[in-house]
Design a protein around this ligand. Sequence first.
Ligand code: ADP
Ligand code: MG
Length: 270
Amino acid sequence: MGIVIAVISGKGGVGKTTAVANVGLGIAQQGKRCIVLDFDIGQRNLDMILGLENRVVYDMIHVMDGDASLQQALIRSKVDNNLYFLAASQSKDKSVLDSEKIEKLVRNLKKEFDFVILDAPAGIESGYEHTIEFADKAIVVVNPEVSSIRDSDRAIGILDSKSQRVKEGKEVGKYLIINRIVPEMVRSGQMLRSEDILDILDIKLLGKVPEDRGVIDASNQGKPVILNKDSLAGAAYKRIASRLCGEDIKMVDIESEGGGLFKKLTGMFK
Ligand SMILES: Nc1ncnc2c1ncn2[C@@H]1O[C@H](COP(=O)(O)OP(=O)(O)O)[C@@H](O)[C@H]1O
Ligand SMILES: [Mg+2]
């Protein structure tokens, strides 16, 4: 039985969809079967980052309504056979999601995949609530800025009061990705420090991802940045995926002078 992870943030534009694509691919590269689902109704996006937008015929609403089978709607990644994708509906009507149907879909996917990753829409309205409803765990994506932290704190509040697991008296494990860190700005005090963000949110750190121009280029090309061996953000997502797969990967202090890689390289010549 696989686990369901909702990727959430409250605020839009912080890097959720990018995280879903990269973490999903990273998990698949570790040999686990992974499916990523776009819950951003009316705003398809994940298909483009994965380079699969031309392959979409059926979406999750077709599956939920019985108009297509899972087999018909699942799209396999072109770069890794362990990664599958299920598209969001292009419907303008955000009320197309329904708890019972989501539960059935998620239950079926858990039988087939090790990881079921749900990409939440921005905001904390019904689309968000549906994304977290049947999650076993949540990955909270924030940028090192006050508005992002505040909105994700609200999103966590809703997760901790409205998800099915909490209703059953259990917990939803929460993990933090701090995205778009600019090390020089953290060092000069212009950007929030990871320690301060962790103090406010009080959840477990899953990884830190630096600001990286390569992320945008990669998304535009439909090739997630994790495929780029020279990208620091790609390497950060690789570590995050490994941690999710249970590996004990040391946290890299990307804010420190020269970054972790520089330190490692200089260490080699000592
Ligand atoms: N680490 C990063 N460095 C640079 N740009 C990034 C990074 N992460 C995300 N982005 C860019 O930020 C924008 C919003 O990302 P997206 O994943 O769509 O956010 P969300 O799903 O939270 O709305 C995109 O243009 C994406 O390429
Ligand atoms: Mg998104």
